[in-house]
Write a protein that binds this ligand. Structure first.
Ligand code: COA
Length: 450
């Protein structure tokens, strides 16, 4: 809890929008790309990827998740002081996506209804939404007019056809309602950062798909998240929030660990790296070493050239150790449930993890959550929050039903949508925002379709 009588701020509620189309990764897709089904379902962990229809983009999805949030939280436009949008699917080099989103919402709530609301678009690859949340939490703590804040994540994760990134795509939006005295998660206001210039993933201006150095991006993610975890642990100790006694580890104080989920398997790699690192500092690793042998370089192999291979081998053995499997199953595994059916939604995927826990009824009042966000380029932010008792009474998000109602698309339909060659929607839009057209100046026109 925040010290020195500062008001508690945090996530009061959230809403998730997922497009109504999906591509099954088994069958036609796996066959056409010559990839074994086991690799996609087990090795990567994705079964279905959400695909935006021809009338959708990152702004319509953002507007949809905000509309869902406002309806479910009975929120009126004049209550919202700020809307920050985290995205790496920017539609304009200058105009903030939030202004398009406000334009759409005003078609429902009335023209001018959001005029006193501030909005900014934040870009930092997949970590932008978390940096927006951190920033808004400080604004909210000092806000004296009873306003609330909204942080929206909205992205279309897109890689070239037939590339190794292709099966880690997806699309969707999450809107978070930030408030004083929140009902869902109160933030402990301890943020541990890690930043390092990297070329793991980037999208030069004008390109519609990212340049990705896949294996390198996995390693950058692991380095950054463990670095941010260390920074968090030191700050949490200094603030007296997590002070482990002898024999205790920092992760003992975390009931769930939520990570950025570019693909579900990555949360296994990330949590293995964090648990291994944490257990080393509190001597618990000795028990693991009794099972799988010493860490490389500590009697395992002294040859520097052989170290990377020895390290990869040890990381695999650690990930199969009973100690890790038990911690993973208790504290991490369930966070990836929705991502298996949706795929990567870039900057919102860590909050899809929160939605998974909510939908699975895994949140209990008093639990502490540890969030490990990552953005390529690269930076990570680790922070914590406490589940509020009222979280248990929040209505479900209806996501499991939404996922079942979606329509499967063929490989040909997917490829046309991916390449922007499908002009007519696969499913006729109903009660949703649509991109109606882009005019000769490049301004985008959106409509709400009844
Ligand atoms: N059955 C089960 N598992 C299988 C398999 C099969 N038939 N074939 C392969 N696998 C496993 C591999 O052993 C590996 O698991 P392991 O790490 O436990 O060994 C896993 O599937 C992934 O396979 P791999 O060949 O290592 O991956 P890839 O070359 O397909 O690349 C990414 C994976 C993520 C690097 C690639 O999809 C990518 O570049 N994605 C975009 C960038 C990204 O998401 N980066 C993440 C950090 S932000």
């Amino acid at each position: 809890m925040p010290q020195n009588n500062a008001p508690t701020v945090g996530i009061d509620d959230l809403a998730v929008y997922v497009p109504g189309l999906y591509l099954p990764l088994e069958g036609e897709f796996a066959r056409s790309r010559g990839i074994d089904r086991g690799k996609l379902i087990k090795g990567i962990g994705i079964e279905r990827m959400a695909v935006p229809d021809a009338h959708e983009d990152a702004a319509t999805m953002a507007a949809m998740s905000l509309l869902l949030l406002m309806k479910r939280s009975r929120l009126q436009p004049e209550q919202i002081g700020k809307i920050y949008v985290g995205t790496e699917s920017s539609l304009d080099e200058a105009k903030a996506m939030g202004t398009y989103v406000i334009g759409m919402l005003e078609q429902v709530y009335g023209r001018g209804s959001f005029r006193e609301c501030g909005t900014v678009e934040m870009k930092a690859a997949c970590i932008a939404t978390t940096l927006a949340l951190e920033s808004q939490s400080y604004w909210l703590a000092g806000e004296d007019e009873d306003k609330v804040g909204v942080v929206i994540a909205s992205d279309v994760a897109k890689y070239p056809l037939a590339s190794p990134g292709e099966y880690t795509q997806g699309a969707g939006s999450v809107s978070l309602l930030l408030k004083k005295n929140p009902r869902l998660v109160s933030l402990e206001q301890v943020y541990g950062h890690f930043t390092r210039d990297e070329n793991d993933f980037f999208r030069p201006a004008g390109c519609t798909t990212a340049v990705v150095n896949g294996k390198h991006s996995n390693q950058c993610y692991l380095d950054a998240v463990t670095g941010a975890f260390d920074s968090f642990a030191a700050r949490a100790a200094r603030k007296g929030i997590i002070v482990p006694a002898a024999g205790q580890c920092v992760t003992d104080f975390l009931d769930h660990l939520l990570f950025h989920i570019p693909y579900p398997r990555m949360v296994e790699y990330a949590s293995a790296a964090v648990f291994r690192h944490d257990w080393k500092s509190c001597q618990r690793s000795r028990k693991v070493e009794e099972e799988i042998g010493p860490e490389p370089g500590e009697g395992g192999g002294k040859d520097a050239a052989a170290l990377p291979a020895a390290e990869a081998y040890y990381a695999r053995r650690f990930a199969r150790s009973p100690q890790f499997l038990e911690a993973f199953s208790a504290k991490v595994k369930d966070t990836a449930t929705l991502s298996r059916q949706i795929g990567n939604i870039y900057t919102g995927s860590i909050y899809l993890g929160l939605a998974s826990l909510l939908e699975l009824d895994r949140l209990q009042g008093g639990q502490r959550l540890g969030f490990g966000a990552y953005g390529s380029g690269s930076s990570a932010l680790f922070f914590s929050g406490r589940v509020e008792p009222q979280a248990e009474d929040l209505p479900g998000l209806g996501l499991m039903e939404r996922l079942v109602e979606r329509r499967a698309i063929t490989l040909a339909e997917y490829e046309m949508l991916h390449e922007g060659r499908k002009e007519k929607s696969v499913v006729e839009p109903r009660r949703e925002f649509v991109l109606a057209g882009i005019d000769s100046q490049g301004y985008r026109h959106y409509e709400f379709v009844e």
